[in-house]
Design a protein. Structure first.
Length: 257
């Protein structure tokens, strides 16, 4: 029996959390406000030392669609996400980090986009907000289609908080167990298998820039992309350098122009 036969159109939302007390309530509310109601949210807490667990438990007691899993050891985002994926019941897998936000029509618009076009892997445009939740003037606009080569040249083309995968068509959604950029590595694995990603132009999510985070540090992000080229994808030094140069040029243009 396929996933779609047992749970038609159920969406499992994957959310890793670590010391997210400041933001996670807002993140959960954005899911509760979805116009699309057939979802479950699996939050995997990675040994938070703040009130993250208490906040999640408060919401999970009010709504049975919200599930909390507490890891016994601090293991990183890849383990947290993979733990949630292993427990997922939905045909569709969606990703939402514990400091980001979805707009109310996110799931309804994107699932309709996938089902109308029979797409297995989709992403959308999204907006950038500062740590306080104030919207900046910056947005990331989804391109029409991304294949393996495109993503190697432009690792930021697909925002994790916008991705939905159809598990009837993509059987292996497990992320490599690396500290960061595990999402980038998973997208590459799927694209390398011949399943392209399709972009929905609508801006349906809001990404929060948190000072000091790995994703906000351009140099660290560049190093992690290089690591994926060399150690995950196994690309030679020449190919890695060529893709990295393309990535660096795009990053400079995006930042300063």
């Amino acid at each position: 029996m396929s996933i779609s036969d047992s749970q038609e159109s159920l969406v499992t939302i994957i959310t890793p959390s670590y010391n997210s007390a400041r933001f996670i309530g807002e993140t959960i509310k954005s899911v509760l406000n979805q116009s699309y109601s057939n979802w479950e949210m699996i939050i995997v807490d990675d040994c938070s030392s703040d009130d993250t667990v208490k906040i999640v438990e408060k919401y999970s007691k009010k709504d049975g669609r919200i599930h909390l899993i507490k890891l016994e050891n601090n293991s990183g985002a890849a383990v947290a996400r993979n733990t949630a994926i292993s427990k997922a019941k939905g045909r569709y897998i969606a990703f939402l980090d514990s400091d980001d936000i979805w707009k109310p029509n996110k799931l309804s618009e994107q699932i309709k986009f996938m089902q109308t076009n029979d797409y297995a892997f989709t992403f959308t445009s999204y907006e950038i907000m500062d740590v306080a939740g104030n919207f900046t003037s910056k947005s990331v606009h989804a391109v029409k289609e991304v294949d393996y080569t495109h993503l190697l040249k432009s690792p930021g083309a697909i925002g994790c908080l916008t991705v939905i995968l159809d598990r009837d068509k993509i059987k292996d959604c497990k992320m490599p167990n690396i500290k960061t950029r595990q999402d980038f590595a998973l997208w590459l694995k799927i694209l390398k298998a011949g399943i392209n990603a399709y972009g929905l132009k609508l801006s349906l999510s809001q990404y929060r820039i948190v000072p000091g985070s790995i994703s906000s540090n351009k140099i660290k992000a560049a190093k992690k992309n290089w690591f994926v080229y060399r150690n995950i994808e196994g690309l030679g030094i020449i190919k890695s350098s060529w893709y990295f140069t393309n990535y660096a040029i795009r990053a400079v243009i995006k930042t300063y122009l």
